[in-house]
Write a protein that binds this ligand. Structure first.
Ligand SMILES: NC(=O)c1ccc[n+]([C@@H]2O[C@H](COP(=O)([O-])OP(=O)(O)OC[C@H]3O[C@@H](n4cnc5c(N)ncnc54)[C@H](OP(=O)(O)O)[C@@H]3O)[C@@H](O)[C@H]2O)c1
Length: 290
């Protein structure tokens, strides 16, 4: 593994042999507008993926309902046969309507079908990590039951189609219920500089060595904007997005980053954030943003 410090150091998923750099890449932005249809610039999408891996990124987050199917197909085009040590993390639990709307798809039959979609479109015999994405209220988690979904995925794990399981958009209670049914190696929830509902949860997971992978680390569809963030970035001769990512890396050692971008220029900027030091006084100002 080359230059681990350049990419924020490393993290090993609990009770696995999977070690990744803490700075990874999220592939959602590679599909078309609204994460629907083909990329606006497919050669650039392929370049982003290849440059990420060439720079040492070995954790890529994806999903077969981005596009749908297209993001995984672009990953396959860019990176297959996959280099040793690359971990592809995907998720199931959603589907897209004909115009791009997002819907839950969490029945056992839908989950089995989604796992096979991922295997086919990524050209894999087994998926490294599959996150079970739950749908709650609005964009956040609910507290609904998890047993049917986790049991279904655990069966696919027993069949060798999935190596490890994670959960996404979940509460602390749902995580505990999932962990009572199967080993969970990561949690993927909405979290960033100004969205900190999971502060206590991150500590709980860190104590058990479970990865916390924030989605929307840069604010998602509306990237973060704040006068303090801009001022701090200017003082550090960095960009606001770099400061937001550096803050997350500093926040807890079990946080893994998967910032999304469709541009090589933004990718380079984001990866460089792993080398940005945040002095104590600046951290205090950023912490006060919540
Ligand atoms: N589990 C879930 O439910 C869930 C939900 C959402 C996302 N995710 C995962 O989380 C990953 C990250 O989330 P995300 O991509 O939605 O949101 P994000 O990483 O917070 O932000 C992506 C947005 O920021 C822009 N951006 C990226 N780097 C930038 C830079 N250096 N300067 C300015 N703008 C920049 C991107 O536009 P450009 O393309 O122009 O750079 C895009 O609009 C996704 O790729 C996906 O894998 C999971």
């Amino acid at each position: 593994m080359s230059n681990p410090q350049q990419l924020g150091g490393t993290f090993t998923f609990p009770n696995t042999t999977i070690t990744v750099h803490r700075m990874g890449y999220g592939a959602m932005q590679l599909a078309g507008p609204g994460i629907f249809g083909p990329p606006k610039d497919r050669p650039e999408a392929v370049r982003v993926l290849r440059e990420a891996v060439a720079a040492g990124v070995n954790h890529i987050d994806t999903c077969d309902y981005y596009g749908p199917h297209i993001t995984n197909q672009v990953i396959r085009e860019a990176l297959h046969p996959y280099p040793a040590g690359l971990t592809l993390v995907t998720k199931v639990g959603g589907r897209r309507g004909p115009q791009g709307s997002w819907h839950a798809a969490t029945s056992p039959a839908e989950l089995v079908s989604a796992v096979h979609d991922n295997l086919r479109n990524l050209s894999l015999d087994a998926l490294d990590v599959v996150n079970m994405r739950f749908f709650g209220e609005g964009h956040g988690p609910g507290d609904g039951p998890v047993e049917e979904q986790i049991t279904t995925l655990a069966k696919l794990q027993d069949q060798g189609l999935i190596r490890h399981l994670g959960v996404s958009n979940v509460t602390s209670k749902q995580i505990q219920q999932a962990r009572d049914l199967a080993p969970i190696v990561c949690v993927q929830n909405h979290y960033n500089l100004v969205q900190r509902h999971d502060d206590a949860l991150i500590h709980e997971l860190a104590a058990d060595g479970i990865a916390y992978v924030p989605f929307f680390p840069l604010g998602g569809f509306t990237p973060l904007q704040s006068a303090t963030l801009s001022a701090v970035a200017a003082e550090l001769n960095a960009t606001p997005m770099q400061v937001a990512l550096a803050w997350l890396l500093h926040r807890s050692p079990n946080i893994l980053l998967i910032p999304g971008t469709s541009s090589v220029q933004h990718l380079r900027e984001n990866l460089a954030a792993a080398q940005l030091a945040l002095p104590t006084e600046i951290l205090a100002r950023l912490n006060a943003l919540d």
